[in-house]
Design a protein around this ligand. Sequence first.
Ligand code: SF4
Length: 959
Amino acid sequence: MSEQSIYHTHLKEVAKKERLETAFQLAKDSQNTVFYVLPSQMWLQEARNRRPGLLATTFDDVATFLLKESNDSYIALSEEERTLFFLQFMKEEEKINGVDVISGKARAYADTYGQIKRLGLAIEDLPSSLLPIQDLFDRYEQSIVNKRRLLDPENILLRAIHLLETGNVNHLISTVIIDGYYDFSPLQMLFMEALKKANVSIEVYVPNDKRFAIVEETVRELVTIGFTDQRIQSENEKTVEKMEVIAASTTEEQWRGIMEEIALTDLAYNQIGILIVDERQGMTDLAKYASAYHVPMNKAKKRPLSTTAIHSFLLTALGNTLAPTSKWDKLPLVEQILKLYQVSGLEFAKQKQMYLQSGEWIKEQHRTLFEYMTRLNWKKSEPFVTYIEQLRHFVAELPFKQYWEDHFNKQEDPKNIKEIAIEYKALQQIDQQLERYEQLLKEKGLDNLLMTLDLFTDWIKELGDSLQLFEERAAKRGVSVHTWRDVSLFQGEKLYVVGMNEGAFPTPHKLSGYVQERDLHQSAVRFSPPDQEHFRLKQQAYFDQLSFVAKSISFTYVKGIDAHHPLLPSTTLEDIQEREQAWTWEYRIEKQQAHSTADQIEKLAYHVGKGCVVDELPKEIEEITHRLARLEEGKEPITLYQETPLQPVVSVTALESYARCPFRYGMERVLKVPEPAAMQENVSPLDIGDLMHSIIEEIYTELKAVGQSFVLLRDAIAHIPERIDELFDQKWELIEKESPEISRFDLELTKQQWQKRLRHWWQAERKHFFDNIQLEQMHILAIEKPIRFELPLKDERTLVLTGKADRIDRNGQSIVVYDYKSGQASVKMEDVRSGLKLQLPLYAYAIRKELEQGEEDSIQADGATYISLKEPSKRAGNGMWRTEHVGKSSKYNVSSFCKNREDQLGTDQFLADHELQERITEIWEGMQTNFPVEPLECSAFCAYRTVCRVTDEKREQAK
Ligand code: SF4
């Protein structure tokens, strides 16, 4: 007769040696199997070390054993694989309840199914809120679970329960010893109940302190299914002597603070433990900072296979189709090939550039692989086995494997060899995994199990996340790393509990998929459901156990850097004193000691920056100081043209461009460095500008507008809106032809936008000119008028300035200069003085002078303004006008908001008032040899950003 009993254990005696030994002896003496079940991988590893040969396992392993021994044939699916198959199943079904399947929704259904199974519920027991998807789950079970025999972990347990309840399997297992659990899931409880019914002896060891309320609940449930409570209740003495809370300003300072304390403590490394609250991010941070401070960890360093280049390459290969794609779409593949062949630096950049320019390759072997890849074509749907075979064939043919093997033998840079070795190992692991699945599918007769290419690709992605590459051994006497599940394994004195922020611990419990908390209480879940209260008790027990595992515990949390809105510590830490000194950057950097050369340099640099005098400054800091000074200075002289005399002819736009940013001007116009190639995402603003100018010019040329007063043209302009549309359509065709990389949709959107703007422009032209009674006698004097004039400079020299005025209007002795802009346009007089906006005043000056000389009569510039195609009606801050033309009575409709009232516009006095000759001389002299990084305007889209050393301060000073 078998017995099922509950015993107590001290937390620190979970999986204790004597108990393991007894279990081992029992297994030796018994004809049947004895299992020792523990709650986490770390516990299992420890138990196997303490008593080799003992079957230390999980509940899932016991269930797997039962299925195997009963010859129950199946293929095991991980939780993630279950989601993938669920997705595929739903895609096969095409429509669920009349709704098109979208993957997000299918994923939620898959999660719901998993959650239901974890609750130990059958499909017919679904809570009422989930009844609409009962039919879907039914069909999934019939098709995937029953027919194809693909079993996820929950279905393996359920199948084992079924076998125990119906079959004659009790002779297979004699005893199951379960140690170290605080609670069990409903499914695990069902499994234990089935084991009991099948006459298997079960011993459950639970932590014995009566303060663990969750344990009492667990014991109560076990008793209801027939277990005998053999515990002796006690209240254990706490080990902890000191607890404190430490705030850190950032996550980085939190980790640095811990590592620095560990580095300075007298305790041996193996006396220190770290419990990571947020396992996902925390493990990565721990590895990074432990390595930076050379603190050894008693944990092997691993990385997921999905971080390797070969894994990304395989995913790219699976994504290849024969559909035509642009060179930009293929660029990631080019990069991957180069990475796999270890091409880097200049050679890497050169090859990319060559590919973008001509599609050519420098090395034949790279080209061969690229062409092989672009010929790949995968069917949208195939049997799973076929996809695996095809991918394995593809892997076997990959030419760079030979290249890698050759490089192992050449004693080259160890870093390169290490990288190749990792890629090589990753490829081998993937191939082994594929081979294993291929065999499994064939053995189980699932050769015809269909898959879609999308699903297969997702499966490979998931494989990359689940397979791990071993990078570094655990240091036996290093700092131990724990989670809440295994922290009682800690044997040392000092424990750091990292990331104890409010919200991080205790964490609110979330059920998967569409299952809600109320469903737990309305459904037929038999054992304690995983509701909020259950998790609160469990997390409380996790927290309380700490008092029994270490003498000194430091809880750290991140407070943030906003003093008014600090992040808070976990509510469980309320009664624990917070250390006065928080870990902050300032606190760390002011410390006397350095932990590494990098740390020393950082600290010295900080003090030098503060103005301290440091003896024997390291070379690195001297260099940095020198570089900073150079950045600050921003000088960028070019000696190349120093002997060449200054060119006496210069365009006004070149002057403006130099004033905007001398460095950019030097790159663009002097050294003629082409902009880096980039995928065209939008129609070029230059092309748009040219298009708009050419349409405006053609409209007025066709109209023969030059020389005719606006009133005379009134009858001839009725057809202009249609003509604008016609011209726009014709010219837009060319833009489309020259923009093959922009999507049709984006092109259409841009087209509509500019068509609309052009129509608005025409409405504004009518309002300001043709329908304006005050300007009836005014006329267009010239369109696209070339400008060339001599500007006397202060030092007796003369500079010839050139340009082109978009339009000049004249009425009697008055002229107005207009300049069309496709973007926003505004002008301030300080921009004129700085040289940023020279066209309007200089064109007004040149034209006025030219007319006066030709006619020997005085001419007056009433105004000069931009007309922005985005705001064509605007006449305010976008121009400069004589005072009499600003305000309510302005015949030019200039708003009274216009601040640029310039009564000397177009005259020598204007140039003198704004010191333009001096500024132009300065600009002109710099344009040949001096290109400082001193922008007046620094564009966020500047193509030279990547090579420009502009500092944040200079960028802020600019516009
Ligand atoms: S990033 Fe700014 S400072 Fe540098 S070249 Fe471009 S515009 Fe000039």
